[in-house]
Design a protein around this ligand. Structure first.
Ligand SMILES: [Zn+2]
Length: 68
């Protein structure tokens, strides 16, 4: 099972993004992206859409994980 934004919100989890290219780590406001993309979006899909603010890396180099 792949976690969705709705799963994160209901478990009160946050979202953290790692960029493999420049090693940047950033926390994402789950409420903000859930409002933008909808609660049924999966973490995999977020990873594919996410862009690194530091190096501009997209998709493949960016990983997302749920955090407390
Ligand atoms: Zn980066």
């Amino acid at each position: 099972m792949t976690a969705t934004l709705a799963n994160l919100l209901s478990n009160n989890h946050g979202l953290r993004v790692f960029c493999d290219a420049c090693k940047r780590v950033a926390d994402i406001d789950v409420n903000a992206i859930a409002a933008k993309y909808g609660g049924s979006v999966t973490l995999t899909e977020i990873g594919a859409k996410a862009r690194c603010n530091e190096c501009g890396g997209l998709g493949g180099s960016v990983q997302v994980v749920a955090v407390r």
